[in-house]
Design a protein around this ligand. Structure first.
Ligand SMILES: *Cc1c(COP(=O)(O)O)cnc(C)c1O
Ligand SMILES: [Zn+2]
Length: 501
């Protein structure tokens, strides 16, 4: 932000007014529907929906530079409703009054530059945007803040009541849904469906701790999704999966933040996202398009979607270069360390297809790319990044593996700067790190532990067994001194240290 700003010209716009007119539009038949009904797919053709704003032309009456000033100014405000994704209110949920906004600390996650050492290793210039620093430790909080604020808005207007929110999840959606719903308890109760033994124990503990009803189902995520779809079409429940168009809308904030973080300059920028259900990449592209159309950024950054060899339906779709010959085929997934992206039949595929086409068209060249990486590369790059000061989850590792592959394929040049979505916190997926370090990853993942990357604790014991302190048996002062000296010498020896001379 520059210091010579005068803020008089933006004063009328600083506090947003809820004057947007949002509606759902079907990606299949283009039918339009009111947002006053809870809707996830088109009642006519069953396709997914996106939210649009009838008042969007209004946004163009304010210049791109003025919008930049407005957002920079809002950054300094102390109004909770504007501290998260709704800093970009006019672009993210322009019909929602500030007092219906639910803010739990989401968004505005740090953008951390790779060290010189890591840049050298990857032969690439990049940053991680740490979306694991969201309240439930993944980017899903962005979409959930949006979806749950939209429910609160409907409740506040007496349009719905006694909400039971449900979702199927590879782990992080349920953690976010349960967290945001619990904040509005008893207005909203939540139930989450997880594939049995296919989420990490941290991800299972999150919705349990938030007080949600948690159901585990045999099979994989795609099976859970089928159950939730049946539930939502037969019973009065609110669907919090990424079928819910409000989720996509909220996740667009990721792009707005990147634009602001890099001072609205998108020249030579590349944004790398892992793909599971494809909601996130749809949102990321859509967000940049909206800012571009409003003149807030003057070009669209390159987008790279990354998939694992073990769950690659989107990558396969785009292998066919001729747009008219592409056919989408779901795949059966194989075990993936990028478990949150282990999806064979992505719900948002129609969104990706439509938005990527528009994205390329706007730049009059191929600007959206898809790359595929091995499970081995995902694990190795995740561990390499985290051993260089990052906190990337396995999906963040997938992004870095994707960037390295994109450098090798010449999709990205050395002059470009990539921003990688570290979609969750490393801690959520530490089970995979443990398996790798203990060389116990099941063969089906096709990951072999590289001895150079393994890191395990070293137990240091005294040579004299009776010099062993414990909680119950405290050592006498003289013995304790002996113990401390002995252990210190051993550690110094391990570290190759020499005594002061
Ligand atoms: C949900 C999720 C993904 C995949 O995002 P989609 O929107 O489903 O493509 C990637 N990483 C993490 C950590 C996730 O929770
Ligand atoms: Zn339709």
């Amino acid at each position: 932000m520059r210091y010579d700003y005068s803020f008089e010209d933006i004063e009328p716009y600083v506090i947003p007014r809820p004057n947007g007119e949002l509606y759902y539009k079907c990606l299949g038949c283009s039918a339009e529907y009111s947002i006053e009904k809870l809707l996830y797919v088109c009642p006519e053709c069953n396709q997914v929906l996106l939210l649009h704003d009838r008042n969007a032309d209004h946004l163009k009456k304010i210049s791109g530079q003025t919008w930049q000033k407005i957002f920079d100014f809002r950054k300094m405000l102390k109004i909770p409703a504007l501290k998260g994704i709704y800093r970009y209110h006019e672009f993210i949920g322009s019909c929602i009054p500030l007092d219906s906004i639910v803010y739990l600390g989401e968004g505005h996650t740090p953008v951390v530059e790779a060290s010189d050492h890591l840049k050298e290793k990857t032969d690439a210039n990049f940053y991680f945007k740490n979306d694991g620093q969201n309240p439930s430790a993944s980017f899903k909080d962005r979409g959930m803040a949006s979806a749950v604020s939209s429910i609160k808005y409907l409740v506040d207007q007496n349009l719905v009541s006694d909400v039971i929110a449900v979702c199927a999840s590879t782990g992080d959606t349920s953690a976010a849904a349960a967290l945001y719903a619990s904040y509005l308890d008893p207005m909203i109760k939540s139930a989450v469906l997880l594939p049995h033994k296919k989420v990490t124990s941290q991800q299972l503990s999150q919705p349990l701790g938030s007080g949600a009803r948690v159901f585990e189902i045999p099979g994989v995520f795609d099976d859970c999704m089928k159950v939730v779809e049946t539930l939502s079409s037969s019973y009065p429940v609110v669907l919090l999966n990424s079928k819910n168009a409000w989720r996509i809308l909220g996740q667009e904030s990721f792009s707005y933040e990147i634009a602001q973080d890099f001072d609205w300059d998108m020249a030579d920028k590349v944004v790398v996202v892992p793909i599971g259900n494809a909601g996130n990449i749809s949102a990321v592209m859509n967000g940049f398009i909206k800012f571009y159309e409003a003149g807030i950024i003057n070009r669209l950054p390159k987008i790279i979607g990354v998939q694992s060899e073990h769950a690659d339906p989107v990558y396969r779709y785009y292998l066919e270069p001729d747009e008219n010959k592409r056919v989408f085929k779901p795949v059966d997934t194989q075990p993936s360390v990028a478990q949150a992206a282990m999806i064979g039949n992505p719900v948002s595929m129609p969104r990706v297809i439509e938005i990527a086409q528009k994205y390329n068209r706007l730049m009059e060249k191929e600007q959206v790319f898809f790359v595929r990486v091995t499970e081995q590369a995902i694990m190795d790059w995740q561990l390499t990044a985290n051993a260089a000061g990052h906190i990337a989850c396995t999906q963040g590792g997938e992004c870095l593996a994707g960037l390295v592959a994109a450098r090798e394929n010449k999709i990205v040049s050395k002059n470009e700067t990539a921003i990688l979505d570290a979609t969750a916190h490393a801690i959520k997926f530490s089970e995979f790190q443990d398996l790798y370090f203990n060389s116990t990853i099941s063969e089906s993942y096709k990951v072999v532990s590289n001895p150079e990357k393994i890191n395990l604790p070293t137990l240091i014991l005294p040579d004299t067994p009776n010099l062993m302190p414990s909680q119950k048996n405290r050592l006498a002062p003289a013995d304790l001194k002996k113990f401390v000296n002995e252990i210190s010498d051993k550690i110094a020896n391990q570290l190759g240290l020499n005594v002061f001379s």
